[in-house]
Ligand binder design. Structure first.
Ligand SMILES: NC(=O)c1ccc[n+]([C@@H]2O[C@H](COP(=O)([O-])OP(=O)(O)OC[C@H]3O[C@@H](n4cnc5c(N)ncnc54)[C@H](OP(=O)(O)O)[C@@H]3O)[C@@H](O)[C@H]2O)c1
Length: 299
């Protein structure tokens, strides 16, 4: 089986290359080989490679830049998934696609369910929602995993930024009124592999949209404190003290793109479909941090 993974150098795509390697031959061209903004080139690539499964982990993830670069964000986040989904429908193959908590309006405190009303606050969120809609409308066999606050041992992400700042700074202000679950790229790839295994073996896993995140929730400020505490326990040079991390409101840290305050995702649908219990975000942070420590210097 030939598996086409887009964004194979990204946080999720890199982990997918590892998790899916036992299912077939991975084709994951880098940006220099296949520029995904060039949709004609993507079509050409598909017709030459003829994949049996497509896993679309590429995206325009520069949330603030998307406010300026609408066209590019829509090309990557909406037109590309449409093209891939149309191809998957034509060839009767599965498409696995990733989406975001940013498709929801972020109001209230309840956990979002997959059928809830969407109302993105930003261009990034709107472009991701347009991608989801195109995949659903395509008639393809698809899995869309909506996830939140992705981080990992590799790539640029909040955990790694905090480890750097915690070693340099005496004090730090971190937003505390955005609530969600930090999700390791590795967890996403492992659950994706389980789901792909099910659909390929006809194991009764229905196509559709699923939330994929660890259980529990936190805010960015408490997440940073947990990172500092665990890093210190692991012997990392953390200079900052817990007391020197100040909680601030989103309005005190203005960004071009609005962020949802409530990013809590209800993951019951996925847990039920796979008969699994997703781990807690705290346990996942411990794992991810120890992975980071053991691979430091290589990522
Ligand atoms: N990051 C988050 O916090 C977050 C939260 C919720 C949902 N998600 C969703 O989760 C999925 C995976 O996100 P991620 O964090 O793994 O993203 P990421 O680390 O930013 O990776 C994105 C990948 O897309 C590739 N890409 C972008 N433009 C390209 C182009 N023109 N041609 C070829 N490749 C291109 C990048 O290539 P290069 O390596 O060359 O840059 C990179 O490999 C996405 O669908 C994202 O929307 C992410």
């Amino acid at each position: 089986m030939k598996i086409f993974i887009t964004g194979g150098n990204g946080q999720v795509g890199f982990e997918l290359q590892r998790s899916l390697s036992s299912y077939g031959t991975i084709v994951a061209p880098s940006r220099s080989v296949l520029d995904l903004m060039d949709l004609e080139a993507v079509e050409q690539f598909l017709s030459v490679e003829q994949p049996d499964l497509i896993v679309n982990a590429a995206a325009w993830t520069a949330v603030d830049l998307a406010e300026k670069e609408h066209e590019s964000a829509y090309r990557l986040n909406a037109e590309l998934p449409k093209l891939l989904a149309d191809y998957a429908a034509l060839k009767s193959i599965w498409l696995v696609h990733y989406s975001s908590d940013y498709v929801y309006p972020g109001n209230g405190v309840a956990m979002w369910r997959e059928g809830d009303m969407t109302a993105p606050l930003s261009i990034y969120g709107k472009s991701k929602l347009a991608g989801d809609k195109a995949v659903v409308a395509s008639g393809a066999q698809f899995l869309i995993f909506r996830t939140s606050w992705v981080y990992g041992a590799r790539g640029n992400n909040f955990m790694k930024t905090m480890l750097r700042l915690g070693a340099q700074r005496d004090s730090l202000s971190v937003v505390s009124d955005q609530v969600g679950a930090p999700t390791p790229a590795r967890l996403i790839s492992q659950v994706s592999a389980m789901s792909i295994d099910r659909v390929l073996s006809g194991g009764g896993f229905e196509k559709g949209i699923y939330h994929l995140a660890p259980t529990g929730s936190t805010n960015w400020c408490d997440f940073s404190k947990e990172i500092f505490q665990l890093a210190e326990q692991a012997g990392m040079p953390i200079k900052i003290s817990q007391a020197s991390v100040s909680a601030i409101k989103t309005e005190e840290y203005p960004t071009p793109a609005a962020r949802p305050l409530n990013s809590r995702l209800n993951v019951e649908k996925l847990e039920k479909a796979l008969s699994i219990t997703l781990p807690s975000w705290k346990d996942q942070l411990k794992l991810t941090l120890s992975e980071y420590l053991s691979t430091r210097g290589t990522n």
